[in-house]
Structures are given as C-alpha cells and as structure tokens.
Design a protein around this ligand. Structure first.
Ligand code: GAR
Length: 217
C-alpha cells in the first residue's frame, strides 16, 4: 500500500472544507446524531460517505435516507486485510475525505491504514477510557459495579481504544439502572460529544500534544 494522504491537517484543508466519512457496523445512532448536527448547521462539513462492513446494518438505511453515498465492503470478499483496507482507502481518496469518524465500526484498523490518516480518525467509545476498553464497554462497566461511567471521543492510534482523548462525558449509575437504561443514558451523551468533537476538528481547534489533546477555544 502506498497512500499519499497529507500527514497533518493544515490550513489549506480547512479553507477548502472538510469531507467526512463515517464508518459503521450497527444501528447508526451516532451517525444519525452527526447527520442531524450537520443538517442543523452545527457541523460545518460535508458527510460524503458512509462505509460499512455489514451490508444489512441499519446505519446504511439512515445514510440512504439522508441522501449520503454508501460504500459496503465486506472483509470476507478479500483475501487479506490489506486488500480489504486498500479498497476502503480508494473509496476515501475518491471522495477527498479528510476526517474519518468511526461510529460503532467494530473492526480494528491496521497500522498502514491509521498512518494514511494519522490524527484524522476519531472513535466513540461507550465508557470513560482508559476503563472498559473493547466491544462491551457498557456491559463491562455495569457488571463491574462502577458508580460513574460515560462516553469518550478519542483519536485512533494502533492500540485498541487507546488514542488521545478529545472529549468525555460522565454518566452516574443509579441503583435503579439496568444495563439497558444505562446504555440509553450513555448513548444520549455520545450523541452530544461526538458532533462537538467533530466540529472542533473542523475548526482546527484540536491540538495533539503527546497523549493529550488541547482544545483551543
Ligand atoms: C456506540 O455506543 C459506540 O460507543 C460503540 O458502539 C455503539 C454504536 O452505536 N462503540 C464501541 O463499543 C467501540 N469500541 P450506534 O451504531 O447506534 O452509533
């Protein structure tokens, strides 16, 4: 793979506008929050593409309903992960994508893919990282018995759920909570902080300094 994407998000890109691709595997409520924020004018960028590895996921219906181009790419149709990711990179290149938002995309990206979009891939996670990484953040936190959990938006690096944290929002776990009510409360917070993190990126207000993300207000 020999991608030729710019290494840093510079002034030039900001002037010409940010094109976003959202990657989904499931329901797509975060995608919907991003679409709604864009429609309301809060996110000032084009959502050019929704990419999914799961052909029947509801996120794709949401994208179609919003008139956004979709690209379905299934891992099983490619011999190697590299071939699979090259197909995705080609689609991103065609649409001149400058920010990738992972929104319930349940697949790890390779080192080459991440370096092609270094510091331009965000993810939302349903727990207060670095606690409860992985695919079951809500369940794991609930079963552990934490009194506070929440949601995190972070930049994607090679380690799972390990990149610099952009925004977090906390949620109290009450005596009456079930895993389902807790999930609802966490999703509500996700839908607030993800659009906000994306808009901060678009405005060039996120400065990564080692592990930390400074927000330039
Ligand atoms: C979200 O809660 C997101 O935080 C989680 O998947 C859900 C997708 O919901 N992601 C992870 O657990 C990643 N480790 P959605 O499809 O309704 O946006």
């Amino acid at each position: 793979m020999n991608p030729t994407f710019p290494k840093t998000y510079g002034e030039q890109e900001r002037k010409s506008g940010v094109n976003i691709a959202v990657f989904c595997s499931g329901n797509g409520t975060n995608l919907q929050a991003i679409i709604d924020s864009q429609k309301k004018g809060y996110i000032k960028a084009d959502i050019k593409l929704v990419i999914s590895d799961t052909p029947d996921c509801y996120a794709l219906t949401r994208a179609k309903d919003a008139g956004i181009k979709i690209f379905v790419v299934e891992r099983k149709n490619f011999k190697t992960k590299k071939d699979f990711e090259i197909e995705i990179l080609e689609a991103l290149k065609k649409e001149n994508i400058s920010l990738i938002a992972l929104a319930g995309y349940m697949r790890m990206l390779s080192k080459s893919f991440i370096s092609a979009y270094e510091n331009k891939i965000m993810n939302i996670h349903p727990a207060l990282l670095p606690s409860f990484k992985g695919a079951h953040g809500i369940k794991d936190a609930f079963e552990y018995g934490v009194k506070i959990t929440g949601a995190t938006v972070h930049f994607v690096t090679l380690g799972m759920d390990a990149g610099p944290i952009i925004l977090q929002s906390s949620v109290k776990v009450t005596e009456d909570d079930t895993e389902e009510t807790l999930a609802e409360a966490i999703h509500e917070e996700e839908h607030k902080i993800y659009p906000r993190a994306i808009q901060l990126f678009i405005e060039g207000k996120l400065k990564i300094e080692g592990r930390k993300v400074r927000i330039l207000e």
